[in-house]
Design a protein around this ligand. Structure first.
Ligand SMILES: C[S@@+](CC[C@H](N)C(=O)[O-])C[C@H]1O[C@@H](n2cnc3c(N)ncnc32)[C@H](O)[C@@H]1O
Length: 451
């Protein structure tokens, strides 16, 4: 029986075990034919337009951009990256040869192989490609590395000056029960080599035969309602949680420390609205004075740390980061002159016919339009727009619009004040449109540029 109860500490040699682990069970086990059709949320997250706008407040075209999928596994996210960024080139690298083969087959199956190349290569060796990337996706990989800061440094070294990295780490508060399970199974010798069918069988038998009140079973198997999974899915779930070699948990201060070591700057959480401390209070707009003052003074790192302490529900600390010092002011900091020059774009992943049809139907029926319906990730509650307000946005489905055109349309839609019946003046219309755009920009449903 091994006496090492810390499952996380890996040596560089253990990288070989990790490679074997993913050679025998490439991740994710999503069938090759599966395609995230109509999964606008996935496209939104993997669109380089989203990340680039958050960082630089500019709307770019993905055409000819170079994307790295670092630790691409069986290539499902590479497929999403290729589909979400038409015209971009995606390079996938992974330690595991079997994963890379599957990834190649996946992209071939979907007729996207021309835009994608895969290499069996460690993340630490990506400089060997001799390329610089506009965007690096490193999803569900960093927590497997012996030193996440070294992984971030390797990615930074191949990142263009205005490029962006998306990466994530497991959160130790949210996942403590699985680290306990890994310590247990390591202690009894199930994690000395890449776990296979035999080890999985033992874990399953253990979970089936323990009493339900046993804390480990209650907090993992019962709470995750794992009995509902098909045998195949269960195999993946067991491998990814109870027997994941190299898996380690981190906290927000550790994440910021790694960014500092790698000379990278935090841009945003990917699901940023699920990290808002104020949203945890019964009345987010009426916080107790102490917390209101505390949050007003807190840095972004402190706010995120408060969140993980109060409410550790996010398995991943999923973030975007970039080279330091290039942040641009958001629209909430713009003065009137800047607003007057604004050009408004619809987020490209909202620009599809079915949503436009829904909007037209809402306008005709005078019903509220739920703009958040396809992409709910950045919001906690649905975002509805009153029909006559939503109508001002209709031209955005054709092309980007200067703010002045939206103001004109607003005045045509609402020529008089519904209470006083006085004509709506330009200033009043400008203020209303600005409010509307500010609200939508917060969720990135519209992207607003100033030349
Ligand atoms: C959990 S999977 C994630 C796969 C994919 N990114 C996704 O999210 O679907 C982790 C992947 O990272 C790869 N990996 C681990 N360490 C690596 C390294 N040093 N360099 C490249 N790939 C690595 C593994 O082989 C495995 O395929």
């Amino acid at each position: 029986m091994s006496t090492d109860t810390n499952p996380g500490q890996l040596t560089w040699d253990d990288q070989e075990k990790i490679r074997q682990q993913f050679d025998s069970g490439p991740y994710p086990r999503i069938p090759l034919e599966a395609f995230p059709k109509d999964d606008y949320e996935k496209f939104f997250t993997h669109s380089i337009v989203t990340a680039h706008y958050l960082r630089h407040r500019k709307v770019i075209s993905p055409e000819k951009k170079l994307i790295l999928d670092a630790g691409c596994g069986s290539g499902y996210k590479s497929l999403v990256l290729a589909a979400a960024n038409p015209g971009a080139k995606v390079i996938g690298v992974d330690l595991s040869e079997q994963s890379v083969k599957l990834a190649q087959q996946r992209l071939q199956h979907h007729g996207l192989a021309e835009n994608v190349e895969f290499y069996q290569l460690s993340l630490y060796d990506i400089a060997q490609l001799g390329l610089e990337f506009d965007y690096i996706n490193c999803d569900e990989v960093l927590y497997l590395l012996p030193d996440p800061a070294a992984g971030l440094q390797a990615m930074r070294s191949v990142l263009k000056p205005d490029g962006i990295i998306r990466a994530n780490l497991h959160n130790s508060y949210q996942r403590s029960q699985f680290y306990r399970a890994q310590s247990l199974f390591k202690l009894v010798g199930l994690m000395n080599t890449a776990p296979g069918e035999f080890e999985q069988g033992i874990v399953l038998e253990t979970l089936h035969t323990l009493k339900s009140m046993t804390k480990l079973k209650e907090e993992t198997w019962e709470r995750g309602n794992m009995g509902r999974h098909s045998p195949e899915k269960l195999e993946e779930v067991l491998g990814a949680n109870f027997l994941l070699l190299g898996d380690k948990g981190y906290t927000i201060p550790q994440l910021f420390d790694y960014l500092k070591q790698a000379d990278l700057e935090f841009v945003s959480m990917v699901n940023w609205r699920h990290w808002e401390v104020a949203d945890l209070f019964q009345e987010p707009d009426n916080l107790p004075l102490f917390w209101s003052m505390c949050l007003a003074e807190a840095s972004i790192q402190e706010r995120l740390h408060l969140y993980e302490l109060l409410h550790p529900v996010n398995r991943l600390m999923d973030f975007w980061c970039a080279h330091p010092g290039m942040a641009v002011a958001g629209v909430d900091e713009w003065d009137e002159a800047t607003w007057r020059t604004a050009v408004v774009h619809l987020h490209p992943h909202l620009q599809f016919e079915a949503l436009k049809e829904t909007l037209i139907n809402c306008i005709r029926a005078g019903k509220p339009f739920e703009i958040s319906q396809p992409i709910q990730l950045p919001t906690l509650a649905p975002v509805f727009l009153e029909a006559s307000i939503a109508a001002c946005l209709l031209p955005l489905w054709e092309s980007a619009q200067p703010i002045q055109a939206i103001i004109e349309r607003y005045r045509q839609m609402r020529p008089v004040d519904p209470v006083t019946l006085e004509p709506i003046g330009e200033t009043q219309a400008f203020a209303a449109v600005k409010d509307l755009l500010n609200r939508l920009d917060a969720f990135l449903y519209v992207l607003i540029e100033s030349p």
